[in-house]
Design a protein around this ligand. Structure first.
Ligand code: FES
Length: 104
């Protein structure tokens, strides 16, 4: 399965992501700049903030209440499809997902 990150400068990075891996860990493995994952995926840092491409928003799902609260603390501006990428776990239905890394 694949995921693509679009960087603020327009470059993109596509990587293989195994099922069950969250998209923050996948970004770190693929050296995606701007995705830090400071808390290791425990939903307490918001440094894994991404904007899910609109076409993928439904498949990626909506943030839970706590994730919502954490998104308000993110450095970059929120978008309607903002998610904390440590909370999105790769599944076959997300194969090909596109995420935008917000300007920090
Ligand atoms: S890695 Fe810290 S909230 Fe996602």
């Amino acid at each position: 399965m694949k995921a693509t990150w679009i960087l603020p400068d327009g470059r993109s990075i596509t990587a293989e992501v195994p099922a069950g891996r969250n998209l923050m860990e996948a970004a770190l493995a693929a050296n995606v700049p701007g995705v830090v994952g400071e808390c290791g995926g425990s939903l307490s840092c918001a440094t894994c903030h991404v904007h899910v491409a609109p076409d993928w928003a439904a498949a990626a799902g909506t943030p839970g209440d706590f994730e919502e609260a954490m998104l308000d603390l993110a450095d970059a501006a929120r978008a309607p499809t903002s998610r904390l990428s440590c909370q999105i776990v790769m599944t076959p239905s997300l194969d090909g997902i596109v995420l935008r890394v917000p300007q920090g």
